[in-house]
Ligand binder design. Structure first.
Ligand SMILES: [Zn+2]
Length: 402
């Protein structure tokens, strides 16, 4: 049987920042050799769906555990790692080692190990998604597969980096929601020899930024995690991520654009209450932006326009059973004391699975969080190997559960 470290080294060699076709070809070859069944979905940005079924899986009681990972990486530029795998000590280096090819390798290795084992009434649906990094939900292959009726789940695990620098694996039980807004600034341009004729977009943007900073404070709030997991502190996050102003020296710019990014913590109530909470948070942010625009207008007599470009609700899982299975399995392997649960301010494909498929979901993976999208990207070989044991053990525990 192929070793997970060898699988990861091969995956790192295959570029997947533009298309995941080469990774799909390699994964399908390895699955073929292990006798694991799969379908290709080339129309969906090169995704692959693998299936593990048991002989006694009756269609009536059949339940599906969906395990999801994305195969694409960042582009190999800006000082990021390259496609040449190398090992130093316990660290395996290479582009995508942590985000997310370590997860891909672990899922392939777990499927090979689980092939032919008794899964009771459960079926494992392994989703290798062609693209996730930087893709909005409407063109995301997970969403496409879902809309085409290819995905079902009674429980779901999304594999993404959740390991800290010391090799402790965390269990992510929720993601923040996202809101993006554009602020279109209009003033009056003029030749820089006659500045008195201009209402500069730079000046308007400067005031907007000052008002923005004083209007949003990111106060911490406390939220209840499901079951006995207790309360944690979360806080809304906001930032200005882009400013485009000015096109040529000699002209004072009369227009510009700012992009704003808001991260909204999920709400612990049921789905309807959570949706309501998110909608009210979005409305309250937009009201504040309108007030800022009015203040800016009072000074410059030009009112910035607000345009919502993207918004997506976060989630917190209610599947306490799945969280407990992870904690029990890691305790039984006695590799570490327990698994810290947390809610991540970023978002992942888990948001889509939870909100569109209406199943519960946890996010976990052997990748190192601080190594994702960073120079010298690497993963711990020990954590990677242990993770294959953990994932296989969790699948078997799920299969023997009701
Ligand atoms: Zn990722």
């Amino acid at each position: 049987m192929m070793d997970v470290v060898e699988i990861l080294k091969e995956l790192i060699k295959l570029p997947s920042h533009e298309t995941s076709a080469e990774v799909v070809a390699y994964v399908s070859k390895v699955l073929d050799e292990g006798g694991v069944q799969y379908d290709m979905h080339e129309g969906h940005r090169d995704s692959l769906l693998a299936h593990l079924k048991s002989a006694q899986t009756s269609s009536k009681n059949r339940k599906t555990l969906l395990v999801h990972c994305h195969m694409d990486t960042m582009a190999p530029e800006d000082g990021l790692s390259d496609h040449v795998p190398s090992i130093r000590g316990d660290r395996l280096f290479g582009l995508g080692a942590s985000d997310n090819k370590g997860s891909v390798a672990a899922l392939v290795a777990a499927l090979l190990r689980l092939q032919g084992t008794d899964l009771g009434e459960w079926e494992v649906l392994a989703v290798f998604s062609g693209k996730e990094e930087g893709v909005l939900q409407f063109e995301n292959p997970t969403m496409t597969l879902l809309k085409a009726g290819n995905l079902i789940a009674d429980a779901a695990i999304v594999l993404e980096a959740t390991c800290d620098d010391d090799g402790n694996l965390g269990l992510c039980v929720g993601n923040y929601g996202l809101l993006r807004e554009e602020i279109i600034i209009k003033g009056r341009s003029a030749h820089s020899a006659w500045p008195q004729e201009a209402v500069s977009a730079v000046d308007i943007a400067y005031q907007f930024k000052k008002e923005f900073d004083s209007s949003f404070h990111s106060n911490e709030m406390s939220m209840q995690l499901p079951g006995e997991l207790g309360r944690i502190n979360v806080k809304p996050l906001e930032s200005i991520t882009e400013i485009f102003i000015g096109e040529g020296a000699g002209t004072i710019p009369g227009s510009g654009k700012l992009t704003l990014d808001f991260r909204i913590p999920p709400y612990e109530g049921d789905r309807i209450a959570a949706r309501d909470f998110f909608d009210r948070a979005v409305a309250s942010i937009e009201d504040t932006l309108k007030e800022i625009c009015s203040t800016v207008y009072a000074t410059w007599k030009y009112r910035p326009e607000i345009k919502r470009t993207s918004h997506y609700i976060g989630y917190v899982t209610r599947d306490v059973g799945l969280i407990k299975i992870f904690q029990d399995e890691i305790a039984s392997q006695s590799k570490q004391g327990g698994m810290e649960v947390f809610v991540a301010p970023g978002r992942s494909d888990a948001c889509i699975l939870v909100n569109e498929l209406n199943c519960d979901c946890v996010v976990v993976g052997p990748g190192i969080l601080t190594s994702c999208h960073a120079a010298e990207e690497h993963i711990s070989v020990t954590v990677l190997r242990d993770f294959v044991d953990l994932l296989s053990g969790v699948v078997q525990r799920v299969a023997s559960s009701k």
